[in-house]
Design a protein around this ligand. Structure first.
Ligand SMILES: Cc1ncc(COP(=O)(O)O)c(C=O)c1O
Length: 437
C-alpha cells in the first residue's frame, strides 16, 4: 500500500513528507486475495443503516463508493500540503505540485500510457469528451464523419451532435444487435464509404455491460485514417486498461467510478495528437506567454488544464488507484462474474422479469418487469435500503433501439457479496407483488 500521507509521523516534519507516490512497483507487488469482510470494513457507506439494516449498494455503475483511506489521504493533503499547483515557489506550493504530478504518474501507470504528459485531468468523463470535441473536433471540416455507436452514453453523443451544429460534420450511428454487440458489417461499411475522422466507442456499455471488440475496431479505424476515442467510464472499474495494447488515440474515464472522489476525470491522448490540438479553455496555467496582442499556449498537459485544477480530487484519485492496486484484476473480475451470474440466475426466477444483454456481460445487469415501471420498483426497494438505478441511464438511443423506455439496473463493485444480491432479489420479488396488485 502506498498511501503515504496517512502514515505521516505526528511531528512538524509531517507536512514536509506529504507525497502521493507514483511507484511502478505498486503494480508489481503480489496482489492480496479478496477478503470481502475486510474490504467492506473500509467503506463507511456500506454500514449506513436504512430501515434498520445496512444499505445494499448495487449502483456502482452510477458512482462507486470510496474507501475511507481515500478520504483520509485527501484530508491529509488539505491539512499538510494545501496550496495551489504550478504557481508558487514556497514549500507548500512545491509540495502540492509534487503530489499533483505524482498523481498524474499514478494515472499514467493505471492506464498503461507511455508519457505522463499524455494524462490530462478534467472534471469527469463528460468534460474529457467535450475537450476532444472542442479541440480535435475543431480540425474537422463540413462533411467529415464521426461514428458513434448505439451503445453510447449521452456524454459520448451530444458533444458530437453539438459539433455537427457548429461545423456541419456528419454523425453516423454504428448499429447494435439485441445483445449490444456492435454491427461490424455496418462499421466497416461506414469506414469504407465515408470520410470518417473519429470513432466514438464505449469500452463497456453502462446498460448492457457488453464490450465491443475494441482492438479490431481501432485497427480498422486506423487503416481508414480515423482516430478512436474510447469511453472507459465503466470499463476502467472492471478491467485493466492498457492504452498501448489497445492503441486507442484517446481514452476517458471518471474518478468517481473507480472508487475515487467526484470532481475529477481523465483524458488520455497520444502525445502527438495532443500537441497538435488547440487548447480547450483559456485562462491561467494554460499559457506560455500573454501579451495585449494574444497568447501562446503552454506545452501539454498544462495546455489543457486551464485554471486551478481539482487538486485534492486528483490526490484522491491517485489514492483510489493505489488502494485497488493491492488486488489482482483476475480475482476482481472472477468475483464480479460470480456476482453477476448469481444476480442473473436469481432475477430470472421472478415472474415477468426480462433480463437484457448476455450472460458474459460485465459490471451490470439491466432488466424490465412486466406491468411494473422501473422507477416505481427502485423507489419501493430504495426506501428499504436497496440501491439500484432505473431510467434510461443516459442512453436513450440504446433504449429506443431495445424498444423499452426505461430499465432497472443492478451493478456491482468490488465490495458486493452474493448476500447483497439475495437481499435485493427478495425485495424485488416483494415489490413486484405489491406493485402488481
Ligand atoms: C459509459 C459512460 N460514459 C460516460 C459517463 C459519464 O460520466 P460522468 O458523469 O462521470 O461524466 C457515464 C456515467 O454514467 C457512463 O456510464
Amino acid at each position: 500500500m502506498h498511501n503515504v500521507c496517512r502514515t505521516l509521523p505526528e511531528s512538524t516534519e509531517r507536512s514536509i513528507q506529504f507525497v502521493v507516490e507514483a511507484d511502478e512497483s505498486t503494480y508489481d507487488d503480489a496482489p492480496m486475495a479478496l477478503d470481502l469482510s475486510a474490504i467492506r470494513r473500509e467503506f463507511a457507506t456500506l454500514h449506513t443503516n436504512v430501515s434498520g439494516a445496512p444499505v445494499v449498494y448495487l449502483d456502482s455503475a452510477a458512482t462507486a463508493l470510496t474507501p475511507d483511506s481515500v478520504w483520509e489521504d485527501m484530508r491529509a493533503f488539505e491539512k499538510n500540503a494545501r496550496s495551489n499547483v504550478h504557481r508558487g515557489m514556497h514549500v507548500l506550493a512545491e509540495r502540492a505540485t509534487d503530489a499533483y504530478e505524482a498523481a498524474r504518474d499514478t494515472v499514467r501507470t493505471f492506464v498503461g500510457a507511455k508519457h505522463s504528459q499524455e494524462i490530462i485531468f478534467t472534471k469527469n468523463t463528460t468534460e474529457a469528451i467535450n475537450l476532444v470535441a472542442h479541440t480535435f473536433g475543431e480540425t474537422l471540416e463540413a462533411g467529415d464523419t464521426v461514428l458513434v455507436s448505439e451503445l453510447e452514453h449521452h456524454s459520448a453523443i451530444v458533444p458530437w451532435q453539438q459539433l455537427a451544429e457548429r461545423k456541419g460534420i456528419v454523425v453516423e450511428w454504428i448499429g447494435t444487435d439485441d445483445n449490444g454487440n456492435v454491427r461490424m458489417d455496418e462499421y466497416e461499411q461506414f469506414l469504407e464509404t465515408r470520410r470518417v475522422r473519429l470513432v466514438m466507442i464505449t469500452a463497456q456499455s453502462n446498460v448492457l455491460g457488453s464490450r465491443p471488440p475494441l482492438k479490431s475496431m481501432i485497427q480498422k479505424a486506423h487503416t481508414a485514417g480515423a482516430v478512436v476515442l474510447v469511453d472507459a467510464a465503466q470499463f476502467a472499474a472492471h478491467h485493466q486498461v492498457d492504452v498501448q495494447a489497445m492503441d486507442c488515440d484517446f481514452l476517458v474515464f471518471s474518478g468517481h467510478k473507480v472508487y475515487g472522489p467526484t470532481g475529477v476525470g481523465v483524458l488520455f491522448g497520444k502525445r502527438k495528437l495532443l500537441e497538435d490540438m488547440p487548447p480547450f479553455l483559456g485562462g491561467g496555467s494554460m499559457i506560455r506567454t500573454v501579451t495585449k496582442e494574444g497568447f501562446t499556449p503552454a506545452d501539454i498537459p498544462q495546455k489543457f488544464e486551464a485554471g486551478t485544477p481539482p487538486i485534492t480530487q486528483v490526490i484522491g484519485l491517485a489514492s483510489a488507484i493505489n488502494w485497488q492496486a493491492q488486488f489482482s484484476w483476475e480475482e476482481r473480475e472472477a468475483h464480479e462474474r460470480e456476482l453477476l451470474a448469481h444476480a442473473r440466475k436469481g432475477l430470472a426466477t421472478i415472474e415477468g422479469l426480462t433480463l437484457l444483454g448476455t450472460a458474459d456481460a460485465s459490471g451490470c445487469v439491466s432488466f424490465t418487469v412486466d406491468g411494473v415501471h422501473p422507477h416505481d420498483l427502485t423507489d419501493v426497494i430504495g426506501k428499504q435500503g436497496i440501491c439500484l438505478r432505473a431510467g434510461h441511464h443516459c442512453a436513450q438511443p440504446l433504449h429506443a433501439r431495445l424498444g423499452v423506455p426505461a430499465t432497472a439496473r443492478l451493478s456491482v463493485g468490488i465490495y458486493n457479496t452474493t448476500e447483497d444480491i439475495d437481499r435485493c432479489r427478495e425485495r424485488i420479488t416483494n415489490a413486484v407483488n405489491l406493485l402488481r396488485k
